[in-house]
Ligand binder design. Structure first.
Ligand code: COA
Ligand code: MG
Length: 307
């Protein structure tokens, strides 16, 4: 599985930001052709994506761009022009506003044809899907299994709030409306995404915090997402990457606990015992699975080096 603690959104219309994004410490980044690009700049932005994928250094990361959604006039050109132009170098397409499994099936069919015409291996281009509408959430399990190309589900909090008609003045952090609801307003959709992703063997990525100067709000939002199982979170500004990478990595104390639990359990098992006590807490086979997740996270591939 790929590492995606931090996923940086980079407007494809800005060559300066594209270069800055590529030299950042983000685990993954996508060049955006959707909401960060004005309608009049889409064609030029596609050319920037092709150039960046073909000629710039992604420093060990997979290359990725976000297309426009299937209900727009831009979608087919995004796919055909970028895949034909960038060819072998392109790894991932992020698909916004996925609402039905048929959306991904359509894309799969189109990709198959473009791959064949370009001499690419069938199924080479992988997909990640944003769940950010009521209809997308209703169909989430079918979407998660729509194609073998799919690697991750992402939460889109701004569009989701708009689709559900939830009043909201800030994306990803609490506003006055959060005080009016006795719980976390996005708990249902966020946990639903994690469950659908895990059941289908996919990664789960939380959406962004729009207020990029609110370090406290970002930390809170990261910890909440990690506490329910998300692998990582979007960043919309390079200043958010370090915090996100830190908070989606296990702490030294977590790793120490996991190693202790695994060690103690192995010894106990060798003695023929199924559950034991470590520091006054019951430890059994489920504890080992949790500890193993922590160790996998701790010893997985590291962030690309800074230049
Ligand atoms: N990717 C790469 N570089 C970025 C960046 C991003 N997402 N956001 C900011 N930068 C760069 C800026 O160009 C600037 O570079 P410089 O120091 O070489 O001039 C530096 O980081 C500091 O940026 P700052 O001046 O603090 O912010 P800004 O006013 O230039 O940009 C935003 C603020 C919100 C416009 C910008 O962060 C942005 O466009 N974010 C992404 C938006 C997006 O993709 N939305 C769609 C998905 S939600
Ligand atoms: Mg969106």
């Amino acid at each position: 599985m790929r590492v995606s603690r931090s996923v940086l959104a980079v407007p494809a219309s800005s060559t300066k930001m594209v270069e800055k994004g590529l030299s950042s410490g983000a685990d993954l980044l996508f060049l955006d052709l959707e909401d960060a690009v004005a309608s009049g700049s889409k064609a030029e932005a596609r050319k920037n994506v092709i150039y960046a994928v073909s000629d710039l250094d992604w420093r060990g990361r997979p290359s990725m761009f976000r297309m426009n959604s299937l209900d727009t006039p831009y979608f087919y050109r995004d796919v055909i022009e970028v895949v034909e132009g960038a060819g072998e170098g392109l790894d991932l397409i992020l698909v916004p506003k996925v609402e039905r499994p048929e959306d991904l099936a359509t894309l799969d069919t189109l990709l198959r044809s473009v791959e064949a015409a370009s001499g690419l291996e069938p199924g080479k281009i992988k997909l990640e899907a944003q769940i950010e509408t009521a209809l997308g959430l209703v169909n989430i399990d079918a979407i998660a299994r729509a194609t073998d190309r799919l690697e991750a589900l992402h939460f889109g909090p701004g569009d989701y709030a708009a689709s559900a008609r939830m009043p909201q003045t800030s994306i990803g952090t609490a506003d006055e409306w959060d005080d009016r609801y006795p719980g976390h307003r996005f708990h249902y959709v966020m946990h639903r995404i994690v469950v659908a992703a895990r059941a289908a063997g996919l990664r789960a990525v939380d959406g962004p915090v729009a207020d990029f100067r609110d370090e406290g709000g970002l930390r809170k939002s990261c910890l909440l997402a990690r506490s329910i199982g998300f692998d990582g979170k979007w960043c919309i500004h390079p200043g958010q990457i370090e915090t996100v990478n830190e908070l989606f990595s296990p702490t030294d104390a977590e790793v120490e606990w996991a190693e202790k639990v695994v060690g103690a359990y192995k010894e106990a098992e060798a003695r023929g015992s199924g559950s034991i006590s470590v520091d006054g807490k019951m430890v059994d086979a489920a504890s080992i699975r949790m500890a193993q997740n922590t160790l996998n996270l701790a010893h997985g591939p590291k962030t690309p080096p800074k230049s």
